[in-house]
Every structure is written in C-alpha cells, then in structure tokens.
Design a binder for this molecule. Sequence first.
Ligand SMILES: [Zn+2]
Ligand SMILES: [Zn+2]
Length: 447
Amino acid sequence: MNQELILKNINGFEFEELVADIFRKKGFKNVVVTPRTNDGGKDIIMDEVSPSGEIIKAVVECKHHKTGIGRPVVQKLHSAVSTLEYSGKKKGYIVSSSTFTDTAVDYVEKVNKQSNNLVLELIDGKKLKEIACDLGVNLKNGVIEAISNKSVSYSSESFIKTNTLESNFNNVNNINKDQVSVEGLKTTFHPIYYINYNIDSQCATSVGVIHEESGNEQLIIDGRTGNELKNELENFLLNDINNEKEITNGSCLQDKLDFQKNENELKNQAISEIINSRTKNVTYKGKNNVTYNKKCTPRPKDITIHDCRSLYYPEWTLNIKAKQKNYIVSFLESAGDFITLRNDTKVCQICNHKIEKNRWYCTYCGSIICKKHLKVTRLKKARICTNCSITKSFFGAKKYFESNEELETFNNYYASLPLYKKMWENTYLVFAIVFIIIIGLYFLFLN
Ligand SMILES: [Zn+2]
Ligand SMILES: [Zn+2]
C-alpha cells in the first residue's frame, strides 16, 4: 500500500482534493477543483472519456459528512448538471465519505431512467474506499482512532486451505479428491480491544466492610459495538491473546473492519463493563439488627489497568468447489484453534439435514449427501445421489440408473428374463411370497 489516509483527519476542502486526485488517477481529463466560494453544487468539473472516445462533461459534488446524504443534495446536483452549458452528454457524481438515504437513491434511479444524456451516479464511502484501494490508496473511513496492525496469532493461507480440505473431505465416503478444490479464500479481521486489569474494591457501611471485589481479570470489547464479547468467543481469544501476529498478507480489500470507536472510548466502555459486572446487591444486618440492602458499586479508581491494546482476530471464509457444487466453510481462528461459523459440507445437499458421520459423496454432481439420498445404480453398481439418478420401477421395486443408456440396456435385459427371474428384482416381494407359502403349508399340515 502506497498511502494510508484517515478520512476523519481531513477537512471538507482536503476531501475535495482527494476526490479530484482519485478521478485523475482513474483517467479522467481536465479535473478541476472549482473555487471554494459559491460553487453552486459543483465542487469538481472534469471530462470523462467514454469507452468509445466520446467526451462526457462531468460535475462532482463532494460530501464529507458523517450522516447519510439525502435527496435535496441530489436535486441540487441535478439542477447544476442540467444548467451546465454543454451540447454533448453530461454526468453528475456525488462522492460521499458516508452513505446515501433511500430517497436519494430513488431520485437518482428516476433521473437516469428519463434520459441517456444526463446521468447521475452516487459513490458512497464504501465504494470510494474500493476505488481508492485499486489505485493504491488505503482510505480508512469512519471514526477511527484506534488503529492496529496486529492480530491474534493465525495460520498461513496455504495451511488453512489444506487443513480445511482435509478435515472436511477426508472422511467422506466415496470421495473423489480430484474433483475438490479451494476456489476462493477470504480473511476478515474483526477489531477488538483487550484490557487486563486488577480490581481492589471494598464496600463499607457503619458496621464495617460488607463486600469485597478483588483479583486480576481480562476483558475483550468489540471494536465496532463497544460491547463485551460473548463468553465463548472471549475465552477462545483470551487463550492465546499475548501471542500476536502482524497482519501482513493481502491488500486493503482483505477486509480489515474499521474500529468504530477511538481507544479512549473503548477503554471507558471496558471500565463501565467491569463496574457493571462487579456491582452486587448485598444484604447485611445493621447495628440495630435490622436487615438492609446495599448496592455495592466499585469506583473507577479501584481498577488498575496493566495492559490494554487494540488488535484483530481473523475470520476465514473458503469457497470450496466440487463439480457443480460450492461449499462455504467459515470459521474464526485464534492460534490454530477454530470456531466454526458455517460448514456446508456437514449438511446433506439434498435434504439439508445436518450430517456428522456417514457422509457420502456423489461423483456425478459433487454433492455431499446423507445415507438416505445415496443410491447404487442397477447395472454399474456406482454410488449416485437421488438428484443425479434416473429411476424406474421393476416388479414394484424402484431401480436407479446413471443415464438413459444404462436404463435402456437394463430394460432390454429385463425383457428377456423369464417371470421367476424378473421377480427377483423385488426381493422383498419374493421373501413375502415364500413366507406366505410356508405359513400356508404349516396350516395345511396342522389340519
Ligand atoms: Zn439427505
Ligand atoms: Zn449427484
């Protein structure tokens, strides 16, 4: 990455310059930032060269706001583009570091339906970030002061690929590994704030100390919401929290989710979480022998922070392809330990039921299926899923075939059989008949 820029640290004018630079890098011509006063909804004027070489006159309005951009801004741009003196095609852009409201989006859609000669386009913070990333600029949007490039320890991409394939496909019956490969791999880093603290708090009344809170604890706050992480996830990450790893691989599109709070806010959030969890209702007897209730709340100064830092934890998402089937497997990692979020390979691709053991593979379509949806073809004795097979009843028993040719061959063979042999296609029926004969003979002898 050539450049890292934090949007929050630049003002509206600098944002206009940044947007102009981005358009220049994208190949727009004569990109001019208009004088700051009275621009009438035209922050930037430029020429866009269409694929056919036609020059489109474009006007850009920049909005460096934290809140969603509404319809009035779009209407103002619309009239600025309309009144622009140019005989050819015209285009209006609104580039925002935040988002657009639904009414703004609706308005643009309506305008664009009316004419090809005047087109409006909205670029929100997320899209701007993507465009900038392609140009080698890492734009960080939102309120982010907590910045970190550290993650809890995690494995290499190649290990994740091999390990995911092995652990999910090795014990599938009838598997053909040549058909299975990792098509896509994505890492999403989730921001967290770690705090290690000591608490030493006493709650006293006229009868003396009635309650104490003390000890050394750790806590993890979600860097986006500011809430403490759920127990299972928190313990999972705390296991090896001191073993950090620099985030090196990938680009800014690797999805390092932004912190939505600054470090101070996160620290305060953590302290209030600690105070809440350590606040206890205590019952005690007064000197007059009357029972009282007191809420014992630790004070911030009872808490000593030993260590606190911003970091990330990785979420892996793999797209595994097996013939026509795509399997998504996603999980969180902390130092080679995993929490599964989604695992399509443990679900029957036909009935959607969860399957842990006894998973079967259909080499015709790549489906992992439960035993119920696995069949064996009548002639070739190949394993096949119920979706891929062709069925036909013979002597009341359903038979499975991989193709019409196999069915045809069997049809001809079956037609040539004498009746008593045809019956053997339905073994249940044969056994039932034999059983009835035996019972019949039994009664005959009895009488
Ligand atoms: Zn099934
Ligand atoms: Zn199949």
